[in-house]
Design a protein around this ligand. Structure first.
Ligand SMILES: [Zn+2]
Length: 403
């Protein structure tokens, strides 16, 4: 049995109440408050056996109880934690509320736009590090370089400055790669890779951004296992990481022809994503362990196509970051200049989810009887106040030695 506290979080200055619950170490908001805040339409009662749709003017999402999978306008996304249901109350993971749903539903409300002034293109691996060698006659490092150079030509052709992390077949340290974005305000970081799996059947496209702090990586199955505690420089860009990543993901998997199968937008703490002080994405553009995709990747036309999808995604993200008010607002928010963001509103007041170190909210005695579910021993509803602001931006930290 799951032990569940249901907390009503009054934001103090806000009229909205967020109903916040915790199961184990994971914080949730109720589907009801989620729907209310965003004005989403959906079923009043959720059948845990069936997926359900929530619709907004921006689009429609599909969710299922006990699943981390989410569909948004035709593409697949992996949530940090599964949607849950307890005592008939459906619960949405709070980290996904802030790091996934809010960027989708209000991409430019809480966080300032970041005009794209250039792109660091990172061909993965190199030198003695071949990456995957699952395809006969084509190693990953070579495919990465070829696609990266094609991408650079497309970007330069569109008037977007670029820097390659390596132009030759040599190994470059991850920290050195990521650092190329440091001195270039307004650049984004795009790492190109190809995939491998123990099953030769596995095919498709995966696009990764950095896991938010206090959230598991997609491959962990949703369990918190300790690697989520550290804040990385890349976490400062969670919002833009997500927007950039989904733009590239959608450009590929929703392509009108030859679209690769959709393995979803994922999160991981890959080293270059952790260290990049810029919005960053890591593309896994197909499985070299799959004979069909490996054969495709050996053709120039398909490598050109892969580069084109990434390019189109970058353009879509870049367009989303252009300010309609003109050049006066084309200031680039660099690390530490959070002052360019608009003031916090009600969502920001959902207290931080410092699962390991802090209780999610300070609980005041006094139960709101109107909100107490009937005769529930497992469910406690209390009035609570937010004591700490939402932790949207993890603090930049110096990478540890050996990382
Ligand atoms: Zn790789």
């Amino acid at each position: 049995m799951v032990f569940l506290f249901l907390l009503l979080v009054g934001a103090g200055f806000a009229n909205e109440n967020w109903e916040v619950a915790r199961i184990g170490r994971v914080d949730y908001v109720t589907l009801e408050s989620f729907r209310k805040f965003y004005g989403l339409k959906g079923p009043a009662v959720v059948d845990p056996e069936k997926s359900f749709d929530l619709t907004s003017p921006q689009g429609s999402m599909n969710l299922k109880v006990d699943s981390r999978e989410m569909r948004w306008k035709g593409a697949r996304y992996w949530l940090s934690h599964a949607v849950r249901q307890s005592e008939g109350i459906t619960l949405i993971p709070r980290v996904d509320l802030v790091k996934t749903f809010d960027p989708l539903l209000r991409p430019n409300v809480e966080i300032a736009k970041r005009p794209v002034l250039g792109v660091v293109v990172d061909p993965g691996h190199g030198g003695g590090d071949y990456g995957t060698r699952a395809a006969r006659g084509l190693s990953e490092k070579v495919a990465n370089t070829d696609v990266s150079k094609r991408l650079v030509r497309m970007l330069e052709g569109a008037g977007i400055p670029t820097v390659l992390t390596r132009t030759k077949d040599r190994y470059v340290d991850h920290g050195v790669r990521a650092a190329l974005a440091d001195d270039r305000p307004g650049y984004i970081f795009v790492s190109i890779h190809f995939n491998e799996d123990s099953s030769r059947e596995t095919t498709g496209w995966e696009t990764f951004c950095l896991s938010p702090q206090h959230a598991p990586s997609t491959s962990s199955g949703g369990t918190l296992r300790g690697d989520e505690r550290q804040a990385w420089p890349g976490n400062e860009f969670d919002h833009h990481n997500f927007l950039l990543t989904q733009a590239i993901h959608r450009a590929a998997v929703l392509a009108k022809s030859n679209a690769p199968s959709d393995r979803g937008l994922k999160r991981a703490r890959f080293k270059v994503l952790r260290l990049a002080r810029a919005p960053a994405v890591l593309v896994e553009g197909g499985f070299m362990s799959n004979p069909r995709e490996a054969a495709l990747l050996k053709t120039e036309s398909y490598r050109e196509q892969v580069a084109r999808w990434v390019f189109e995604g970058i353009l879509a993200y870049r367009r989303s970051q252009e300010s309609p008010e003109g050049s006066a607002r084309l200031e680039v928010a660099t690390a530490g200049s959070a002052g360019t963001n608009p003031p916090a509103t009600t969502l920001e007041a959902v207290p931080g989810f410092r699962a390991s170190s802090n209780p999610p909210v300070a609980v005041r005695p006094g139960i709101d009887p109107a909100k107490r579910p009937a005769a529930s021993k497992e469910l406690e509803v209390r009035k609570a106040v937010a004591v700490e602001p939402e932790v949207r931006k993890a603090l930049p930290v110096e990478p540890r030695k050996g990382e």
